[in-house]
Design a protein around this ligand. Sequence first.
Ligand code: ADP
Ligand code: MG
Length: 471
Amino acid sequence: MFRAVIGLEVHLQLSTRTKMFSRCRADYFGEEPNTFTDPLTLGLPGTLPTINREAVELALMFGLALGCDVEGFTQFHRKNYFYPDAPKNYQISQYDRPIARDGHLMVGGRRIGIRRAHLEDDAGKLIHPTYADYSLLDLNRAGMPLIEMVTEPDLGTPEEAREFLHLVRAIAQALGVSDANPEEGKMRCDVNVSLHRPGEPFGTKVEVKNLNSFKSVQRSLEYEIARQTRVLEDGGRVTQDTMGWDEGGQRTFVMRTKEEESDYRYFPEPDLPPLVITPEWVERVRAAMPELPAAKERRLALAGLREADAFTVAYDVELSRFLDEAMTHGADAQKLANWLLGDVTGWLSERGTPLERSRLTPAHLAALVRLVDGAAITGKMAKDLLPEVMEGADPEVLVRERGLAVVTDTAEIEAAVARVVEANPAVVANIRAGNAKAVNALFGQVMRELGGKAKPELVRDLLGARVAVDG
Ligand code: ADP
Ligand code: MG
């Protein structure tokens, strides 16, 4: 049997206002190609980079969240390569002095080491139209700030790799460091995977590049593990290749044999000074850090959420934002979570609407929970109202306008009970003769008298008492 060893390299696009080394605006997503450029982005001669302070601080925050060492001396290096998407013919990255190193993240109780996280600028985007004999280039993305995070080879299964990415995304989003959205290319991943027999040294690894969904990370790892297992079982050797992932065919393919580090001719970026990160700067950044998912999880558990629900909500930036706000409206945390993770999520996923774009407000969901909690309406009535509340209706207004509030006025229920008991002497006699089930007929009549809006338990109690007392 072979054991898999997996290491990830994750790229996150930082949520800065401007690009990594120039004041070119960064909010290009969804805009026309090549409209978010400036002389630096285009790599024109004579341009000089300057370091984006916001990018440095976001990287520091991210490093702190992963328990990395972030203080001291950090430096940028040139990584040289010639490719049409890189107008400068080099990338400004970090080499032996990354901004963050030696951190870790707990994944399901296992410690996954973070070797380093460094800052760099992104390349532009090449577009290859189908059947065309040319390619197109969009430089809007060129020069965007990226964090590249490299793990130790500590992950053991494709599921664990996927779970790791899920946690990284949650942390980046909670901190506002990155949208970390694979669909928009704001989170991209390379996976490294090798096989070895337990007790023997690690095997030769293969790298699969540029995976842009969690699913393809998992699938490509599964595919590679199966492929390498076959190679090794047949007595062959795994070659250290750089591979791509064929989404249509659901298989990996060799892109190139691995380039060596020396191919890049790294050298210190002569146009940028080294950057000294002082302890005071680190403390300022730390003080400004929003709550991390792990802390959120503990806080929600203390607020009464079941463990599993606290985890689900805390590691989902939209759910936790929503729940936190709903809780300020004085509704029970677990009951809110039940709605949120149950009927609300169901309604949304049926329509493919994300929570943040639905018309449901935290205040309205809280109101719905309070209405049920205060016995103003039944749980069944609340479920019936939900579709309208999802469309933006205020449940309190609906209940008031439609006179839906259940009758909790004991006197009103007692009066109805008395009327029904009086009108049905035969049924009452039957009950007193020992036929307890006959009470259901009376119960139904009382409910009808009250328009179906009385609290059933209350009606049963009062009816039982009345039949007994008169006997
Ligand atoms: P390279 O020099 O080939 O780039 P690195 O040591 O820099 O390799 O590691 C790159 C990535 O590959 C890291 O995420 C690391 O955890 C992972 N890795 C290293 N060795 C192995 C291995 N034998 N099997 C799987 N992943 C590995
Ligand atoms: Mg490497």
